[in-house]
Design a protein around this ligand. Structure first.
Ligand code: NDP
Length: 282
């Protein structure tokens, strides 16, 4: 079994640097996918209320026969629930769906600066209560830009433990990563293989061939050496396994630089720009 390094968060809690993401896994496939990941050795699952599969994540963990404490579980506050009373109700519903008395990490999924009068600070203050009462072991944000993090810092007591943002070779998101680093916020890189879009890149396929690894393994290894936390998604057991098998090789500095050099700036995003994103699911 691979050895997965841990990252120590600014609140002293630790998280396995490599986990398993369940965005776009249908509820009826989720428990089996989570079970496959846990069987391979993953001990960190990233879900969200928005993904509609929290209940099945909880079931997958129980099916694997693991103690709740053996797995680091993250979920996220959905966009429709930013008002404090809604956030409290949504958090209760998340814990109940997961079948757990606590979550290891709870995030504000999107800042939604054009909604709720631009007020994500009072939402964050509610998450601070979840941290204080122990039901969220760590709290953090997702898709927060530098200006959002600055505004949060002015109106809060707890610095987010993590900021989960889009990062992959075509979108380095370096300005936000640098802010995170400077403020002891761990960066979690979502869509780490750009949902597959980087895997045919000739720089990546050349490096993969040199190491006798797959392009996905090379890209995930690049993230690990960058120091970010990642959780690739797959529903295929062989990919779930190979995405985990990235600790028996390392990339040289020229290889790291060549992959970092693929950054396309804003045009490299696969997802929406958080400054404008205002989607509220039904
Ligand atoms: P990923 O970058 O993890 O890519 C997933 C896609 O790549 C799937 O289509 C999968 O297909 C395919 N794939 C996986 N492994 C391989 C492989 N070894 N070879 C070839 N193809 C492969 O994208 P995600 O968007 O899912 O991001 C990962 C996680 O990040 C999410 O599951 C979620 O937890 C989180 N996330 C968070 C967001 C946020 O706003 N906070 C936004 C987006 C993601 P298949 O399943 O068929 O194998």
């Amino acid at each position: 079994m691979s050895f997965v390094p841990s990252i120590t968060l600014n609140d002293g809690n630790t998280v396995p640097q490599l986990g398993f993401g369940v965005f776009q896994i249908a509820p009826d496939q989720t428990a089996a996918a989570v079970r496959s990941a846990l069987d391979v050795g993953y001990r960190h699952i990233d879900t969200a209320e928005m993904y509609g599969n929290e209940k099945e994540v909880g079931r997958g963990i129980r099916d694997a026969g693991l103690d709740r404490g053996a797995v680091f579980v993250t979920s996220k506050l959905n966009n429709g629930y930013h008002r404090p009373d809604d956030a409290r109700r949504a958090f209760d519903a998340t814990l109940s769906a997961l079948g757990s008395e606590y979550v290891d990490l709870f995030l504000i999924h999107w800042p939604l600066p054009t909604l709720y009068d631009g007020d994500f600070v009072s939402t964050w203050n509610v998450l601070e209560q979840f941290a204080k009462d122990g039901r969220a072991r760590s709290i953090g944000v997702s898709n927060f830009q530098v200006a959002h993090l600055d505004r949060l810092a002015e109106g809060s007591q707890i610095v987010p433990a993590v900021n989960q943002i889009e990062v992959h070779p075509y979108f380095g998101n370096e300005q936000v990563r640098a802010y995170d680093r400077d403020h002891r916020i761990a960066t979690e890189a979502w869509s780490p293989i750009a949902q597959g879009k980087v895997l045919d890149d000739e720089v990546i396929t050349r490096i993969a061939a040199a190491h006798r690894k797959t392009p996905a393994q090379v890209v995930l290894r690049w993230h690990i050496q960058h120091g970010d936390i990642v959780f690739p998604k797959s529903v295929h057991p062989e990919r779930i396994k190979s995405n985990f098998d990235i600790f028996d090789f390392s990339l040289g500095s020229a290889e790291m630089d060549a992959i970092t050099g693929l950054d396309r700036g804003e045009s490299g995003r696969t997802g929406p720009n958080p400054d404008r994103f205002d989607f509220i699911p039904d």
